[in-house]
Write a protein that binds this ligand. Structure first.
Ligand code: ASP
Length: 337
């Protein structure tokens, strides 16, 4: 008799706990299901040691203007019913063409004084993706990444092979001198003096949700100042620096690439949403400001989820970042709030 009552009590406790769990999960799901915007775009221009004292008013203005121009370009594509992929590529091209950022023109130098560029793009609708690493003459690596995705049977191509494929398909190439800026060259000299290998700033990335409900993400970088030549970072590694999945979100990361690869950061955020029911905000906060902080992995991420919720998280002093949702009002920030 005593045993029966114990059994009934245990069963009762199990039923109560399960119903509490079910209602918690339902609440989390409902919270993340709330539609925030039908379409929108979010960008970054790198995370790092950004404090107001380091920048003049003109410099801040120049960064804000370029970020604004990039956002507006992507936004107008989305507003006119264009795809998130087109918006991501066009937006990133503007940032690659600007010497202000560490991507395309203005990319940082390797230890042997060259520019080796990495980029990736991903389509959340079918998980198709394309990436390139170590290219040295492609003007816009993001467009080459897209070409790999759409016109080759592969996902990831590197160096001469990637560039030969690009040239055969009409991709614009430049003399490697094109990427040179005094700023990037001086930061290599500084890094060499201090024997630093991890100075970084200015990688660019974009994530977008279009009116058709499709997500896309892309990232482009010169990597890290004074990196060993041949080093490839997280940016072109799908799931590490770049990821998009219509079931969850689209993400582009920036920071110390080795940590982002080890922790498969972009996919980890998506997986926390898909398998654990976390909201986009909770999942990205957990990965950037808890998991990465514990292993001293500096950096951040930007992204948008399938309901138009934006996340811009970083564990560094600052991150060039901004977004526009369907209301058309740009939000642009550099420093901590
Ligand atoms: N994640 C890039 C890399 O490691 C650098 C950066 O984002 O600043 O190549």
């Amino acid at each position: 008799m005593k045993q029966y009552s114990k059994l009934i009590r245990n069963l009762f406790v199990i039923v109560i706990i399960s119903s509490l769990l079910v209602s918690c999960l339902k609440e989390v799901k409902e919270r993340s299901e709330i539609k925030n915007a039908d379409y929108g775009i979010v960008i970054h221009g790198g995370a790092g040691y950004m404090v107001p004292e380091w920048y003049s008013e003109e410099q801040i203005k120049a960064y804000e203007e370029k970020l604004n121009e990039a956002l507006k370009t992507g936004q107008s594509i989305l507003k006119n019913g264009g795809t998130s992929l087109d918006a991501v590529e066009a937006t990133i091209k503007i940032l690659e063409d600007s010497p202000l950022f560490n991507a395309g023109k203005g990319a940082v130098f390797t230890s042997n004084g060259k520019n080796e560029l990495d980029a990736a793009i991903m389509n959340g609708a079918d998980l198709n993706c394309g990436a390139v690493a170590g290219v040295t003459t492609t003007k816009n690596p993001i467009s080459l990444a897209r070409l790999v995705m759409e016109k080759s049977k592969h996902v990831f191509m590197a160096r001469e092979g990637a560039e030969k494929f690009g040239r055969a398909n009409g991709i614009e190439t430049v003399d490697p001198e094109y990427f040179y800026t005094d700023k990037a060259w001086h930061s290599l000299q500084k890094a060499k003096e201090k024997e630093l290998e991890n100075e970084k700033l200015g990688t660019v990335g974009c994530a977008a949700l279009d009116k058709h409900g499709n997500l896309a993400a892309g990232t482009s970088t010169g990597g890290m100042t004074n990196k060993r030549f041949g080093r490839i970072g997280d940016v072109p590694v799908i799931g590490a620096g770049t990821y998009a999945n219509n079931a969850t979100c689209a993400i582009s990361c920036t920071g110390h690439g080795e940590f982002f690869i080890r922790n498969v950061v972009a996919h980890d955020i998506s997986a926390l949403m898909e398998y654990k029911g976390l909201t986009f905000d909770e999942a990205s906060e957990k990965v950037i400001n808890d998991k990465l902080v514990k292993v001293k992995g500096d950096g951040g991420m930007i992204g948008i989820d399938r309901n138009g919720n934006v996340a811009m998280k970083f564990n560094t002093k600052g991150m060039f970042r901004g977004f526009i949702l369907e209301d058309g009002k740009p939000v642009i920030k550099i420093f901590k709030d």
